[in-house]
Design a protein around this ligand. Structure first.
Ligand SMILES: CC(C)(COP(=O)(O)OP(=O)(O)OC[C@H]1O[C@@H](n2cnc3c(N)ncnc32)[C@H](O)[C@@H]1OP(=O)(O)O)[C@@H](O)C(=O)NCCC(=O)NCCS
Length: 156
């Protein structure tokens, strides 16, 4: 049985703390990457109700810095289920908690693989798209998959 995109959609909010930042007070890219991985994994687990591993992360650009004291908002949803793998899109914003001003920091596409009890890849439930936006992301995910698998690590 399929599951709607909205059933696993996840929003995470963190406060940017000094230990997350460089000496200029800007949050480190690695911290944002960690949060993207967490938000994506939670979303994939909620969709599949399985343990998951990160198989790949597409490239990430950091468009705007996040300052210490700002909120880090992560919005994640499953874009497409292939067989055992799921592409999850994560959009990251900074928010000034005093003014509410939001800036788009980065977007990332990660692929998670659902695992069974023996830690082998196992099918994830089909995805049900509910909105035009869901359907656009679903279509575009197939194009990204082809590129990503073309770059896939080949064992010796
Ligand atoms: C990801 C992993 C489970 C794939 O295992 P595998 O033996 O290559 O399995 P398969 O070839 O059967 O692929 C399983 C699925 O993963 C997908 N996949 C494998 N490598 C991928 C990659 N680099 N990017 C995107 N998807 C990938 C396959 O397309 C397949 O998806 P599908 O069933 O939807 O078509 C395995 O490589 C692994 O465990 N990697 C380590 C994961 C990890 O520890 N991540 C944390 C970072 S340290």
């Amino acid at each position: 049985m399929g599951l709607a995109v909205s059933a696993s959609r996840t929003e995470m909010v963190e406060v940017a703390l000094p230990q997350d930042a460089n000496p200029l007070g800007n949050v480190l890219g690695g911290r944002v990457m960690h949060l993207v991985d967490m938000a994506g994994a939670i979303t994939a687990i909620r969709h599949s109700r399985r343990a998951v591993v990160t198989a790949s992360v597409d490239h990430m650009d950091f468009r705007n810095p996040i300052r210490v004291g700002e909120l880090i908002i992560l919005k994640a949803s499953v874009n497409r289920v292939f067989h055992t793998s799921m592409e999850v899109g994560v959009k990251v914003f900074s928010e000034n908690p005093l003014t509410g001003e939001r800036k788009h920091t980065t977007s990332a596409y990660s692929t998670f693989v659902a695992l069974d009890e023996t830690h082998q890849p196992t099918p994830a439930p089909p995805l049900i798209c509910e909105t035009a936006e869901d359907r656009r992301r679903y279509r575009e995910a197939l194009v990204r998959r082809k590129v990503r698998l073309g770059h896939r690590y080949k064992s010796e």
